[in-house]
Design a protein around this ligand. Sequence first.
Ligand code: B4P
Length: 194
Amino acid sequence: MFNLVLFGPPGSGKGTQSENIVKSYKLLHISTGDLLRDEVSRHTPLGTEAKKYMDQGMLVPDEVVIGMISGKIDDAPDARGFVFDGFPRTRPQAEALDKLLEFKNTQIHLVLSLEVPEPDLIKRLVGRGATSGRSDDTEEVITKRIKEYHLKTQPVAHYYNEQGKLEQVTGDHTIADTFKALTKHINKYLLPVA
Ligand code: B4P
C-alpha cells in the first residue's frame, strides 16, 4: 500500500493534481473538501454544521473531519493506496491520521507540498469562483482561507518534515508540467499503472 498526502494552500492545485495522480497510479482519492461539499449539498446535519465554517473561510472542527476520514479508509480494505487531498489540515488531524493508518499496519509514505505564490492563488480561486458557484471562492473569503492556512495548516508541513517525508514541488507551472514534477517523486515509491 502507498499513501500520499498532497499538501498546499487553498488553490495550489491539490484537487486538480489528485485527479491526475489517482488515474495514473490507481489510488483512491480522499478529498475532505469534496466530502464536506457533498454533505452540504445533501443538507445532512454534518453538512449544515460544516457550511457555517466553510462559508467564513474557516476550518471545519477536527473531530468532524477525522470521523469522516476514518469511515472512508475502512470502506476500502483492498485499496492500492490513498491520495489524501486537503487532509490533514491541522496537527491533531495529522496525528489522528497516523494512528488510523498504524491501526491498518500502514503509514503515510510521502507528502508533496505544492508551492504557489499568494497572488496566483487568489487569481486562480477568484477565477474558479466566477463559474463554480462555490460560496468560499470570493476574494474576502479566500483571503481568510489563506490566513487560516498560515495559522493552522502550515505547522503540518513541519510535522511531516520532522519525519523526513516532506518534498516541495513548484506548483505555478502548467497543470501538465506540475503533474510531471509530482510523478518524479511518486515514482520512487510506486510506478504508474496507465
Ligand atoms: P478544499 O476543497 O480542500 O479546496 P481548495 O483549498 O479550494 O483547493 P485546491 O488546492 O484543491 O485547488 P484546486 O485544485 O481546486 O477546501 C475547501 C474548504 O473545505 C476549506 O476552506 C475548509 O473550510 C473545508 N475543509 C476541507 N478539508 C478540511 C479539513 N481537513 N479540515 C477542516 N476543514 C476542511 O485549484 C484551484 C483552481 O486553480 C482551479 O480553478 C484550477 O483549475 C486552478 N489550477 C490548478 N492548477 C493550476 C495550474 N497549474 N495553473 C493554473 N491554474 C490551476
